[in-house]
Design a protein around this ligand. Structure first.
Ligand code: AOF
Ligand code: ZN
Length: 432
């Protein structure tokens, strides 16, 4: 079965240590589903028998339908049959990276499968943010006499399903903004220094650029603006080589339909390129559609017309008449897109931040200084954007800085408890 040494090391640990050990394994299993679970969450499960030996493991893949718990329970039963032993599930423990569901969707409730198998303890890393579950799964287990515990490795578990958490509640995808920039926040040299031919100008090193591929792999869509298409002619595909169940949707925001009919994205369009526009230029729309590109015409964004002087680059006045960003996210969410990686230029970077639409930023910073004539990554924000706790990576001489701006797992608004309140209610490692 490939279980980690049958868990003999874990048997010498106390229960809190064992919980972390097995949940870490369940998280590893959950990660095997990344790219294969959307629009469902990536979930992993480990089942131990009453003696603490691992007897089943599983993770969810959308096309295989079964949830992680059912996969692990099935493996445990099959293992018993092939070993000619009796079912060892009774009295066992299940570690799940997400609270088991108690509803019938494409599958029956995992809570019932666990109860029917005789599992006596269920440890979940985090509650399911799905409003249809959200605590009810653990409650159902508890009511059936199963010992429950929530919160082991919660942080790691939440990191895996940030897109799912954002989408299941707001029906909008998580927005991850990627920017490759210099130390002084520039994304291209001053005009003239770079000769303006259609070719990307690389700010960051090859290793940093390679690190963008896994970000595309983990996203359901990549989004750019037509200015970036005109400047860089990007392909915007997922070339990670990792498995994914749906092609990466390549999205271009293009108010005036300036998208060239000949560019890499149009040349390679295969039901995976969509342009959002406010232009009603039927001829242009027909030409693009004729090349296999989907064109979605939206009503232009509102906002105040600039009253003298130039408006801030990302403010609502600057966005008036352009593609409405919130509506684009609504449309993508309605298509089951859980996460969007943005790879855009000055105007869109700024507009997305100004509108408060960015959940996480991933900045690749190259140690060079271009000076104020070079093209800025952001321009005209009316307030500072502060990053939370920063994860730092190093790619040769470049830095990767990744941080949440908005935690998609924390629900805000009337009638919902915020995370601070939840933490106070349940203090640390929560058991009942
Ligand atoms: C679990 N274990 O492995 C997963 C869960 O349409 P369905 O039946 O596949 O249900 C999808 C919902 O179930 C999803 O929105 C989320 O709340 C939960 N996902 N639950 O117990 C799993 N993938
Ligand atoms: Zn389930």
């Amino acid at each position: 079965m490939g279980h980690p040494a049958g868990g003999s090391a874990a048997l010498r640990m106390n229960q809190a240590e064992q919980d972390i050990y097995w949940m870490t394994r369940a998280l590893e299993l959950a990660r095997r589903g990344i790219g294969l679970t959307s629009p469902n969450p990536a979930v992993g499960c480990v089942v131990l028998d009453v003696a603490g030996q691992v007897i089943g493991e599983g993770w969810h893949e959308y096309d295989l339908v079964d949830h992680a718990e059912v996969v692990a329970l099935t493996e445990a039963r099959q293992h018993a049959v092939s070993a000619g032993t009796k079912d060892r599930l009774k009295g066992g423990t299940a570690y799940v990276t997400l609270e088991p569901c108690n509803h019938t969707g494409r599958t029956g409730p995992c809570t019932e499968a666990l109860i029917a198998a005789g599992i006596k303890r269920v440890v979940a890393a985090t509650a399911d943010p799905n409003p249809g579950v959200d605590g009810h799964g653990m409650d159902a287990l508890h009511a059936a006499g199963v010992e429950t515990s929530v919160g082991v490795c919660e942080r790691q578990a939440r990191r895996i399903n940030e897109g799912f958490a954002r989408w299941i509640v707001s029906k909008r995808p998580l927005v991850l903004m990627k920017v490759a920039m210099t130390l002084d926040g520039r994304i291209a040299p001053p005009a003239g220094v770079h000769s303006g031919q259609i070719a990307p100008y690389w700010i960051t090193c090859e290793a940093a650029r390679a690190a963008v591929q896994p970000l595309r792999w983990q996203a359901d869509a990549a989004l750019t603006g037509v200015d970036t298409v005109l400047a860089d002619d990007p392909l915007l595909t997922d070339r990670s080589g990792l498995r994914r169940r749906r092609p990466l949707l390549r999205v271009v925001l293009d108010s005036a339909l300036r998208m060239p009919l000949q560019c890499k994205m149009v040349d390679t369009a295969d039901n995976d390129v969509v342009i959002f526009t406010v232009s009603k230029d039927e001829k242009r729309i027909g030409e693009l559609r004729g090349r296999g590109v989907r064109v979605e015409v939206l009503p232009p964004a509102g906002g105040l017309p600039p009253a003298g002087g130039s408006p801030p680059a990302g403010g609502s006045a600057a966005e008036a008449g352009r593609v409405p960003l919130g509506l684009v996210l609504d449309k993508l969410g309605a298509e089951g897109i859980l996460s969007v990686l943005t790879e855009t230029g000055t105007r869109l970077n700024t507009a997305l931040l100004a509108a408060g639409l960015v959940d996480r930023v991933h900045l690749f910073v190259s140690p060079q200084i271009m000076g104020s004539d070079a093209v800025p990554a952001f321009k005209g924000l009316s307030h500072a954007i502060r990053m939370g706790e920063v994860e730092v990576e190093r790619y040769e001489n470049d830095l990767g800085l990744c941080s949440l701006l908005k935690d998609p797992w924390i629900r805000q608004g009337p009638g919902t408890r915020d995370q601070g309140q939840r933490d106070k209610e349940t203090e640390g490692h929560r058991s009942n």
